[in-house]
Design a protein around this ligand. Sequence first.
Ligand SMILES: NC(=O)c1ccc[n+]([C@@H]2O[C@H](COP(=O)([O-])OP(=O)(O)OC[C@H]3O[C@@H](n4cnc5c(N)ncnc54)[C@H](O)[C@@H]3O)[C@@H](O)[C@H]2O)c1
Length: 382
Amino acid sequence: MAMKRVAASAFNALTTSANSPVLTRCLHASPGPKKIVGVFYKAKEYAALNPNFVGCLEGALGIREWLESKGHQYIVTDDKEGPNCELEKHIPDLHVLITTPFHPAYVTADRIKRAKNLQLLLTAGIGSDHVDLKAAAAAGLTVAEVTGSNVVSVAEDELMRILILVRNFVPGYQQVIHGDWNVAAIAYRAYDLEGKTVGTVGAGRIGKLLLQRLKPFNCHLLYHDRIKMDPELESQIGAKYEEDLDKMLPKCDIVVINMPLTEKTKGLFNKELIAKMKKGVLIVNNARGAIMDTQAVVDGCSSGHIAGYSGDVWNPQPCPKDHPWRYMPNHAMTPHISGTTIDGQLRYAAGVKDMLDRYFKGEDFPPQHYIVKEGELAPQYR
Ligand SMILES: NC(=O)c1ccc[n+]([C@@H]2O[C@H](COP(=O)([O-])OP(=O)(O)OC[C@H]3O[C@@H](n4cnc5c(N)ncnc54)[C@H](O)[C@@H]3O)[C@@H](O)[C@H]2O)c1
């Protein structure tokens, strides 16, 4: 703790200017109008199709009028990469940066160093791995997300992906599009979900909701996590705790990843770990692309060791045209969509508004929303 504080003040001494003292960053709400920048995906012709489509650049979380009526400046952009992008123009003087995992503004140590007025980084959604959290902590920034906002959206999507892979749905759909009819090409590896062993790696909010949704399918349910559930919840959900991931993986027909991207989980699913899984395993990953070793997934899908891989998260995002996961066999990938349903958007927009309101008033956020507070990372990110 003491060491961290020393490191934080050393970093601040190096990175703050005379007119932007350390305290400016640490104080939760300094008075006066703020410059707030939002980075969101552009919806173009789709923006006007639904008044509740608030998660896009055009919708701007539905908070423009409110912010401007309070005298704050609110700039939104989707242009977030490279030295000449729109976001870069605002780095030197923004106070608050809001971004979303669906179109993340990567907040590097270098950006933090140059953002002398920055106090607050808000994630419209869940997962703040697009921020260099250690640099944010050292600079005295607050990082917060809307914990719980889209967990139902993601759990439902995972259930769909499991079924899509188990039933070998995608090749059947493609046959129809391409004017083909070949039942055998689908049926030789389409199964029922009933009786299969499903393991979730991470059983926090999303993992638990998925397990609850899987229960009526009469599967064998396993989970691995840092923390064991309390026995009552565990028996209600009907899942068995596996303390050792290496021992759980060989038992699973289907593995679902539901842990955050942290220093410990980055690249966790490498060649060696994938080799421990059953031949023919199906993997669903809506957590973060970088939890997987990209090439190990490609190799696993190409050899057939992984019989199907589905998810909506990539590294980086948006993923380039030549990203190998676009072209590997047996995948059912989509752009990052699972947590940005209209219902999810309304919830995380309301959560962002609530946190901004508290920030202006100098009030604390709900404790579960903090990822970085007063130089400390939330426990699972340490
Ligand atoms: N695709 C999407 O649209 C979308 C939307 C929301 C969240 N997510 C991702 O899903 C992740 C999980 O979300 P959540 O709401 O369930 O979070 P959560 O914090 O409720 O649960 C995460 C679980 O992972 C466990 N965990 C963390 N590190 C671990 C480790 N090293 N080993 C074992 N277990 C570990 C934690 O103990 C916790 O139970 C988020 O961090 C985010 O990256 C994706």
